[in-house]
Design a protein around this ligand. Structure first.
Ligand code: AMP
Length: 310
């Protein structure tokens, strides 16, 4: 009799464990909501705002790494509700091949975001964000036209299209962007000012590998040989800072460009030292109190960007 009861208990326990393991993923989703529609997102956020919660947004294109997660951690810490958008925005790709080969890793991203205390993962479809073609053109002047703007026609226009749509959908108090895309921050600030959107733009420091290479989803495209060479970019920028005050702006630029181009696998597309706010190139160090060097380098056929504050 006693043995029979114990067997029953064991079977019930086994069934409960099995059921819990089946439902565990959806239980986790009770903590982090995955939202696909703007309508649902707006309604959830309206309720949270009603409770007095401040809302933070981290726009991403997925394929998340520790660089993105540093933004999410900060957003979660500084806001009552942390929203992360995960959307590969087609309108910002000037290279069709780049768009076609861009990684889509929603399941993996969602696990990382949950661990990072994201409250809402907004993962819309292209149709949801662009029910009809976005024909808006942004004219933001120098910040949009120089460096990346000159080499990637339409890129920043596409960035402004999607980020403005995200700002209208989320109406965040705070938005977080990585300084790795230094020019993007200046563009977003100019766009927000022009459209009169009330959101605080929070720049976040670049997260790097132990050897200095700035984390990027593109790093996975580097062959092992190129991956070994790539840290030379950050090393050279750091080295140039040591003698920046004594040497002229021109000499520092030449040093960086020549050092990197001396590596057969690398080709500098541009290296500009600019005022960190206006992005206007400087000739002399005292042209600005915020000099920033922005670089794009082809490492093999992988286009890598980085920057340094002098
Ligand atoms: P992406 O998904 O590449 O559009 O990037 C989403 C956000 O993450 C942007 O604001 C990027 O600047 C930021 N980000 C990407 N890589 C890094 C990094 N290594 N360190 C800090 N922020 C980063």
């Amino acid at each position: 009799m006693q043995i029979e009861i114990n067997i029953k208990k064991i079977i019930i326990l086994f069934l409960l464990t099995y059921l819990f393991s089946c439902f565990a993923p959806s239980l986790r989703n009770c903590l982090m909501k995955i939202v696909k529609s703007i309508k649902e997102l707006k309604s959830i956020l309206a309720a949270e705002r009603e409770k007095g919660k401040q809302i933070g947004l981290v726009p991403t294109m997925g394929a998340l790494h520790a660089g993105h997660i540093s933004l999410v951690n900060r957003c979660a810490k500084e806001n009552g509700i942390c929203v992360v958008s995960d959307f590969v925005n087609p309108t910002q790709f000037n290279d069709k091949h780049d768009l076609e080969t861009y990684p889509h890793t929603l399941d993996q991203d969602s696990a990382l975001l949950e661990a990072a205390k994201c409250d809402i993962l907004f993962a819309p479809s292209v149709e949801e964000m662009y029910p009809e073609p976005d024909t808006r053109t942004f004219s933001l002047g120098t910040v949009q036209e120089v460096m990346e703007g000159a080499r990637r026609p339409g890129h920043f226009n596409g960035v402004c299209q999607i980020v403005s749509k995200l700002f209208y959908a989320v109406e965040p108090d705070n938005a977080y962007f990585g300084e790795k895309d230094f020019q993007q921050i200046a563009v977003i600030k100019a766009m927000v000012k022009q459209l009169g959107i009330k959101v605080k733009i929070n720049p976040c420091p670049i997260v790097r590998e132990a050897d200095g290479l700035a984390l990027s989803s593109r790093n996975s495209r580097l062959t092992p040989e190129l991956r070994q060479k790539a840290p030379l970019i950050a090393r050279t920028l750091k080295e140039s800072r040591k003698f920046a005050p004594e040497k002229s702006v021109k000499e520092v630029k030449e040093y960086v460009i020549n050092t990197l181009n001396a590596c057969p696998e690398m080709r500098v597309e541009y290296y500009e030292i600019v005022d960190g706010n206006s992005l206007v190139s400087i000739d002399k160090w005292n042209d600005t109190d915020y000099p920033v060097g922005c670089i794009t380098v082809f490492c093999g056929d992988v286009r890598l960007i980085d920057n340094i504050k002098y």
